[in-house]
Design a protein around this ligand. Structure first.
Ligand SMILES: *Cc1c(COP(=O)(O)O)cnc(C)c1O
Length: 379
């Protein structure tokens, strides 16, 4: 069978280094797998050092971090939260966990992230309707910085706090400053497919010391300071284990290397697929922005080629190469069929024309060669 000719090339598999095992060994030797522990504290310190954030709380997932982050911003039942439509569903689900509802906004064509003009339009319209947004979520999709300067200016003008979903953007920068530190709360993910992984995990960063304490409190079942189990608030079981944090410590040592390799992979594809008619690369870095290029994405322009993403993807699959459509916009999801949406043409077109290519940092150039040949073969 054709698909068994070669080993499978995955989209973005975990890529472990050499030191993760040392941290794991130490935790097991010291019998410190729970609770909390030195790896957890160390992992949080590593993230603070790398990003420059004052505080970090390591959690069981990026989704948990978004949930607690929105709660810190005061989001609750009946509130509205502004959110890009073009993102993974985990950005918006926690809005609903809190009894609030999302209001979706289109992308701009350069960075593919939240459009500042549409944001202003939505902000003004919601306020006119008497529905002042409680918070704004910004996302740096595929690691690409959004137009931060323009977006933060609109948020400040309307005094709406910002949660920064940097789940895909660890290692990316804007005007030299690491992403994740621009919002009042920032969020990272260490899920298996991300640039670094703890197999599953997340982190919340903030400069507010009292919010750091509050997030830890909520993440450990909201235990009141009493000698017995007493609870005055609803809590969650959201802390990362000291074992997984050990993997995170080993991974953090590799971050700069991983960013370098992801960017090289993007450049490699650009160079080797340059001239394939109808195929182009995106998104584009905004002024002052540097992307970690988590995933390499291509667009297929239907005016120039009959090859569509839904023809190319199965074609690559027969050669045992995994590729994925871009995120399906949330305003097109059955789950959010009734949510308000401002604009929609840009992200809908990106979804129709885009495909993510294998971007794992452990990939060899020979594998990239195999992918490039498979792609050009389809045209
Ligand atoms: C992965 C991801 C999340 C969720 O992170 P998990 O750790 O998988 O819960 C949230 N937002 C975006 C944009 C993501 O890509």
């Amino acid at each position: 069978m054709r698909s068994q000719d070669h080993d499978r090339i995955y989209l973005s598999p975990p890529h472990l280094g050499r030191h993760e095992l040392n941290y794991l060994h130490k935790a097991i030797e010291d019998n410190w797998v729970a609770p909390a522990g030195p790896n957890l504290t160390g992992f949080e310190r590593d993230i603070c050092e790398y990003t420059g954030a004052a505080h970090c709380v390591a959690l069981s997932s990026g989704t948990a971090a978004i949930h607690l982050g929105l709660k810190l911003l005061g989001v609750g039942p009946g509130d509205e939260v502004l959110c890009p439509s073009f993102t993974f569903v985990a950005t918006a689900n926690p809005i609903v966990y809190l009894g609030a509802s999302p209001v979706f906004i289109d992308s701009e064509a350069e960075t593919w992230n939240l459009c500042p003009e549409r944001l202003r339009e939505a902000m003004e319209d919601r306020i006119r309707l008497g529905r002042r947004p409680k918070a704004l979520i910004i996302v740096h999709l595929y690691g690409m910085p959004c137009k931060l300067r323009e977006i933060l200016a609109v948020a400040a003008e309307f005094c709406v706090p910002v949660l920064e979903d940097a789940a895909e953007a660890l290692g990316s920068r804007y005007e030299g400053q690491p992403l994740g530190t621009f919002g009042t709360v920032g969020v990272f993910s260490f899920n298996g497919n991300k640039i670094l992984t703890t197999s599953g995990g997340g982190a919340l960063v903030t400069n507010h010391a009292d919010w750091d304490q509050k997030a830890r409190f909520w993440a450990t079942q909201a235990k009141d300071p009493a000698p017995y189990y007493q609870h005055s608030e609803i809590g969650y079981n959201y802390r990362l284990s000291n074992l997984l944090a050990g993997i995170g410590r080993g991974q953090m040592e590799l971050l700069e290397d991983r960013v370098k390799r992801r960017r090289e992979i993007y450049g490699w594809y650009q160079q080797h697929l340059n001239g394939v008619s109808g195929l182009s690369f995106g998104p584009t870095e905004p002024t002052g922005g540097r992307s970690n290029r988590w995933l390499t994405c291509v667009l297929l322009n239907p005016a120039e080629t009959t090859v569509t993403p839904e023809r190319l993807r199965p074609h690559l699959e027969t050669r045992n190469i995994e590729s994925r459509p871009l995120w399906k916009p949330l305003h097109l999801q059955p789950l959010f069929a009734n949510a308000p949406m401002y604009g929609g043409e840009v992200c809908t077109t990106l979804f129709e024309q885009g495909l993510c290519l294998p971007s794992g940092t452990a990939m060899q150039d020979s594998e990239l060669q195999r992918i490039a040949e498979a792609i050009t073969g389809a045209f």
